[in-house]
Design a protein around this ligand. Structure first.
Ligand code: COA
Length: 205
């Protein structure tokens, strides 16, 4: 049976391993130092909603959502200055790659059917104590397509609503169909940005 719960200190080592295995981006960084620093900080921050799915006491999936995104990262990098410089370097490289590929984007009919038609008056840059943003979600290979991703989302949304969060945003790579379906199925608005990334947004009542 799969159990869904918030992470705790005893999960630290296993969570660091899993974040590495899933190549989880921590503000663009994917190395072990970033994963360790992130797990340490997330365990003490009320603004990191770090949920795990466990089966036979092993972590088989996780979902990480951040409230008050800009303040969260400012505090994280103040505590981890070397990672800040690494992040700036990685972002620069990423920007060069995105600018190079911008003109090669092709329409993708498989994705287009999930897109919202109207224009959105919001963007990924918005940040406040009432907005939560998805950092990453992952399920171990052998546990996929069994509804664990959806259950992690449902559990996360319950927590966010209890905390009085009004909006949930995420960014998804347009080639990654599973999280696009998850976002679409929970009624999120989805638009495609110039970079090809999808921006999704959901309002809570
Ligand atoms: C995204 C991920 C967490 C989904 O987990 P999951 O437990 O397999 O998700 P679910 O079983 O709840 O399925 C969710 C939906 O996606 C669909 N789906 C899942 N994997 C799919 C795939 N490979 N291709 C097409 N659809 C897929 C399911 O059919 C379901 O849609 P439906 O309800 O309309 O049938 C998992 O695929 C994963 O870990 N991917 C690698 C990490 C990643 O890309 N994370 C997202 C970062 S934005």
């Amino acid at each position: 049976m799969t159990v869904y719960r918030l992470i705790n200190k005893l999960d630290y080592d296993e969570a660091v391993e899993f974040l590495g295995e899933a190549k989880t981006p921590i503000a663009g960084l994917r190395g072990r130092r970033a994963h360790k620093a992130f797990c340490r900080y997330a365990l003490s921050s009320k603004d990191a909603i770090f949920i795990v799915a466990t089966n036979k006491n092993r972590i088989v999936g996780f979902s990480i959502t951040i409230i008050n995104w800009k303040i969260f990262w400012k505090t994280f990098f103040l505590k981890n200055i070397p990672l800040f410089f690494e992040m700036i370097f990685v972002k620069l490289i990423q920007k060069i790659k995105i600018d190079k590929n911008r003109n090669n984007l092709k329409p993708n009919q498989e994705i287009d059917r999930f897109l919202t038609q109207k224009k959105l008056d919001r963007s990924w840059k918005d940040s406040s104590p009432l907005i939560a943003k998805v950092l990453y979600v992952a399920v171990k290979d052998s546990y996929r397509k069994q509804g664990i991703g959806k259950a992690l989302y449902d559990y996360r949304n319950q927590i966010l609503k209890k905390k009085g969060i009004k909006r949930l945003d995420s960014k998804i790579n347009y080639r990654n169909i599973a999280p696009i379906k998850l976002a679409y199925n929970e009624g999120r608005m989805i638009i495609r940005e110039d970079s090809g990334m999808l921006f999704t947004s959901l309002d809570f009542e």
